[in-house]
Design a protein around this ligand. Structure first.
Ligand code: NAP
Length: 309
């Protein structure tokens, strides 16, 4: 990649941001596009570690230097929202933004840029499920966890047309807050059932889709799983899908258990790739090279797993 006087900036903000795979994935895509057609993507994607106290100043600085767009990771996904000029309906429903772009403001006589935000996690999560072409209108989904990713999964399962969305958490208080946060969207709220973890086997449905939206089983805790194999067996329909948002290790213990029970495993890698591809398409206004982005991540993850064990 050649950085020139014309090169525009993209990036990811977080604190810390050192763990992010986004620079690797996006710069591989940008390099590929430029190889196909020189200067078709005159961009570079950088990590920006922004302390929460400096978020407002950083966004003003991004405006001053004409940054084209950026991704947002923990802890800024909610805090960024009031600093933006517009937030998509999807991101408002989830209560978090992961992608921001600069609208140059063609109809704005002041010439000031407007920051627009959306959330591409829903698109990312749905990509491998939509590829199956399944009918979800009778389906019950169980989501393990009630954090930020679980919110995107709830919105996605609603978009998929699922009949019931069960959310399982270890804290009754957090479950209740989670439930209340959807009250302004009755079409989603009426499908939601909150279930304390200790009631899962007693009250849980037979699910067509079980999603792990907790970090349980993520590297380095590779032997951990959010559920026992016997528990998964009780709550899943035959031939159902087990979806783990985690992408290191591949497969997780949870997905190994699911596969042993004859369930279809899906891990979080495709979600990561597809949410990134959706963001890149917004910034560049052209299709993202999804297979290049996937390959860049796969080779990086394979190097990491060789070096760690
Ligand atoms: P988060 O906001 O911190 O939420 C984590 C949730 O997991 C919370 O509900 C938390 O419960 C629960 N939890 C954590 N440790 C637990 C434990 N030991 N036992 C029971 N519950 C536990 O995190 P997030 O942003 O939602 O991310 C969740 C996972 O999804 C992470 O592994 C993340 O890497 C992954 N993810 C993947 C993608 C992708 O593109 N593939 C995108 C986003 C996230 P409490 O609320 O009770 O603490």
């Amino acid at each position: 990649m050649v950085i020139k006087g014309t090169t525009q900036l993209l990036g990811v903000i977080g604190y810390p941001v050192t763990h992010s795979f986004s620079p690797l994935m996006h710069n591989a895509a940008i390099a590929h596009l430029n190889q196909q057609a020189p200067s078709s993507a005159d961009f570079v994607y950088l990590p920006f570690p922004i302390h929460p106290d400096g978020l407002k100043d950083a966004i003003a600085g991004f405006k001053a230097i004409g940054l084209r767009g950026f991704n947002i990771t923990i802890p800024h996904k909610q805090a960024i929202m009031p600093l933006l000029d517009s937030v998509s309906e999807a991101a408002q429903a989830i209560g978090a933004v992961n992608t921001v772009w600069r609208d140059s403001g063609d109809d704005d006589s002041s010439g000031e840029c407007q920051w627009c935000g959306t959330n591409t996690d829903v698109t990312g999560f749905l990509a491998p499920l939509k590829a199956l072409g399944q009918d979800w209108s009778e389906a019950a989904v169980i989501i393990l966890g009630n954090g930020g990713a679980a919110r995107a999964v709830v919105a996605a399962c609603h978009e998929l047309g699922c009949a019931q969305i069960w959310v399982v958490g270890r804290s009754r208080q957090k479950l209740s807050q989670f439930s209340q946060s959807w009250a302004h969207l009755p079409e989603i709220a009426t499908k939601l059932v909150m279930l304390p973890r200790d009631q899962l086997l007693v009250q849980g449905p037979k699910a067509a889709l079980l999603v792990n939206a907790t970090p349980i089983g993520m590297h380095p805790q590779v032997e951990a799983s959010p559920l026992g194999e016997d528990e998964i067996k009780v709550i899943m329909e035959g031939g159902a899908i087990a979806y783990d948002l985690i992408y290191t290790p591949r497969p997780t213990r949870f997905l190994q258990q699911a596969e042993a029970l004859g369930l279809m495993p899906i891990d979080g890698l495709e979600m990561l790739v597809q949410q990134g591809a959706a963001a890149l398409e917004i910034w560049l206004g052209q299709p993202a090279p999804v297979s290049v982005m996937r390959q860049a991540l796969l080779s990086h993850l394979s190097k990491l797993s060789k070096s760690s064990g």
